[in-house]
Design a binder for this molecule. Structure first.
Ligand SMILES: Cc1cc2nc3c(=O)[nH]c(=O)nc-3n(C[C@H](O)[C@H](O)[C@H](O)COP(=O)(O)OP(=O)(O)OC[C@H]3O[C@@H](n4cnc5c(N)ncnc54)[C@H](O)[C@@H]3O)c2cc1C
Length: 582
């Protein structure tokens, strides 16, 4: 990405066609969509990219099997198509994930679940399966993770992916896929496929692609109001949270993509004119464990009482468990949603369900990390719980011309962006169709193409390839600059507790090329160590935080005092975010 100072200079000097407010997945998608249709685009994010909900999801790119219970067929169908498009555009970053629903004590897998999975199969693969070999279609190229990868079927130059149908698997295979379940002797199970990503890295990748098409993106810029030109918006007033400077970003159109904060920007306009239903934030908590504490090869669907279920998923070499779904009480405090920490009752709920299912006795003190986020759910006035509120996206255009797009899911980011930019195109009567379904997001890289760098642990290469695609070459080049850059960020001498392979070179890369400004930016969203190794990175002695701050200091020109302040600031942030549970 361009440096923040270059972005600031461009934002103050130029006039844009569109300014996008919010650097989560929705804003990033709008920036990419608008830029690829020929608009000049600015994007401003008040904190860090993906620091809102988009770094706090379950990381699934999925149709949402459980929404079938609500007969939300349109939503599931749309999300399944988007799942397929995401894998096609970013195969290194959005990957098929096998999931298992196990059955015990000689029972057959639940029949109703089977009915749901049949429907899921039909809705997800109808288009591709009809063109498979033997059914009049193109050549299959390989079986990847048991999910069929097919050569370019729609002629857009990109390989298409389509999952296998769900099937019943024997108990032994359930244990192979969910080793943590061995003690419970499962007798059989369903196996089906969804996809998984790294949400914050998906946001950064979409932003980088938008930038390639000319978008200017800057974090640490808070929009305080719209610029007014005779009742119509002509840009936004921003405050630089780093320098305190206030200035205007001029643009013909404003797109508000601020997620749960959407009704904080011009609330009277939104509520009076568009009758925007209230955004009802719902808190979702996740827990992480080391792989050896709860080993999983595939994901597991775990009953959690009251007809609800939770996931336990393999993610970045560890295990991710989630999620809860609790409505957040309305608050007068405008910052109440800025740092949402996991609550003890959420942690207990997730651990109770996990322990009951796997026969484990995991306690809060065992957790590698924990995090919470808030869903931007749109209340439909239905008094039911948030679990039943729609995950649909909503678009509002108000008298100032501001377009607000909120709700939705990580999976459907491209559809949401299209909805917003189609509206812009329509009102200007332009001829500019959406192209994001055919714009690759980054470029995948093969493990055999990557340079071997002395000191870089073996496990790092696959993670780098998945996280950065082709840009992994640049990270590895940085790793050769100094011996320590090739080392993992978290040091550990205990072979029984292998350290996550995230490299110090990634921290340098984040500060140099990805507008990371704080230790938290590097640990929570560029690498994901704040989630997968919270106990290590947020240890009170601050050894790791200091190590990261020193690596960033060289890039950002911090002196020794500032470096120490930044390391300490991360420890405060970690406490506020509640990433160390128990
Ligand atoms: C617990 C949980 C689990 C989930 N799991 C999944 C899942 O597995 N799969 C899936 O598809 N979806 C999932 N979701 C939903 C998904 O994460 C969200 O729908 C999505 O991330 C919302 O993105 P967004 O860009 O609209 O909002 P955000 O990511 O919140 O982005 C909005 C941004 O706007 C910025 N902002 C706010 N005000 C201003 C201002 N005045 N000026 C400048 N910037 C501002 C914020 O800082 C923020 O970065 C989950 C959500 C939660 C909470």
């Amino acid at each position: 990405m361009i440096t923040r100072s270059n972005a600031l200079a461009a934002l103050a000097a130029d006039t844009f066609d569109v300014v996008v407010v919010g650097g989560g997945i929705t804003g990033a998608g709008v920036a990419l969509d608008a830029a690829t249709r020929g608009y000049s685009v600015a994007l401003v994010e008040r904190s860090d990219y993906a620091s809102g909900t988009s770094s706090r999801s379950s990381k699934l790119v999925h149709g949402g099997l459980r929404y079938l219970q609500n007969f939300d067929l349109g939503l599931v169908r749309e999300a399944l198509l988007e799942r397929q498009i995401n894998v096609k555009l970013a195969p290194h970053l959005v990957k098929p994930l096998p999931l298992v629903v196990a059955a015990f004590e000689g029972q057959r897998p639940d029949r109703l679940t089977g009915v749901g999975l049949n429907l899921y199969d039909v809705m997800s693969v109808e288009r591709l399966r009809s063109r498979r070999p033997g059914r009049g279609g193109g050549p299959a190229v390989k079986e990847a993770h048991g999910a069929l990868a097919i050569a370019d079927l729609d002629g857009d130059g990109l390989a298409d992916w389509s999952p296998d149908r769900h099937r019943v698997i024997p108990g032994e295979e359930v244990v192979e896929r969910l080793p943590a379940l061995a003690g419970r002797n499962p007798t059989s199970g369903y196996l089906f496929y969804d996809c998984q990503t790294d949400d914050a890295r998906l946001v950064l990748t979409v932003l980088q692609e938008a930038e390639r098409f000319g978008a200017v993106c800057c974090n640490g810029l808070e929009v305080t109001d719209l610029l007014d030109a005779g009742g119509r918006s002509s840009g936004v007033h921003v405050t630089d949270v780093v320098s305190g400077a206030a200035f205007a970003v001029r643009a013909q159109s404003v797109v508000n993509a601020t997620g749960v904060w959407a009704d904080r920007l011009r609330p009277e306009e939104l509520h009076d004119e568009a009758e925007v239903p209230v955004i009802r934030p719902s808190r979702g908590t996740h827990l992480t464990l080391r792989h050896d504490q709860l080993p999983l090869v595939s994901g597991a669907i775990i009953p959690a009482g009251g007809g609800r279920s939770i996931f336990a998923l393999p993610w970045l070499g560890g295990t991710l468990i989630g999620t809860t779904d609790n409505e957040v009480e309305p608050s007068e405090d405008p910052h109440s949603l800025d740092h949402v920490a996991p609550q003890p009752e959420d942690i207990a709920y997730l651990l109770d369900a996990t322990n009951a299912y796997f026969g484990t006795s995991l306690a809060p003190a065992d957790l590698a990390g924990a995090f919470a986020g808030v869903r931007p759910l749109i209340s439909t006035g239905d008094p039911k719980k948030s679990v039943d509120i729609s995950r649909k996206a909503e678009l509002y255009e108000t008298s100032s011309g501001m377009i607000t797009i909120t709700g939705g899911k990580l999976t459907t980011w491209r559809r949401m962006a299209k909805l917003a930019v189609d509206r812009l195109v329509e009102r200007e009567a332009r001829d500019a169709p959406c192209r994001t379904h055919e714009i690759p997001l980054g470029q995948a890289v093969g493990l055999d193409e990557m340079a071997q760098v002395e000191g870089v642990p073996e496990a790092a290469y696959a993670q780098l390839a998945g996280r950065y695609g082709h840009v992994a070459h640049e990270v590895l080049r940085i790793a050769t600059e100094r011996g320590e850059f090739a080392q993992p960020v978290v040091a550990s001498d205990d072979p029984a507790r292998p350290r996550p392979p995230d490299l110090l070179a990634e921290v340098v890369h984040a500060a140099r090329h990805e507008q990371a400004r704080t230790v938290g930016d590097a640990l929570l969203r560029r690498t994901r160590l704040g989630l997968t190794a919270a106990r290590d990175v947020a240890a009170p002695e601050g050894v790791t935080a200091r190590r990261v701050a020193v690596a960033m200091a060289r890039e950002l020109g911090w002196d020794a005092a500032r470096t120490e302040t930044e390391a300490q600031a991360f420890l405060v942030e970690a406490a506020r975010e509640g990433i160390v549970a128990g």
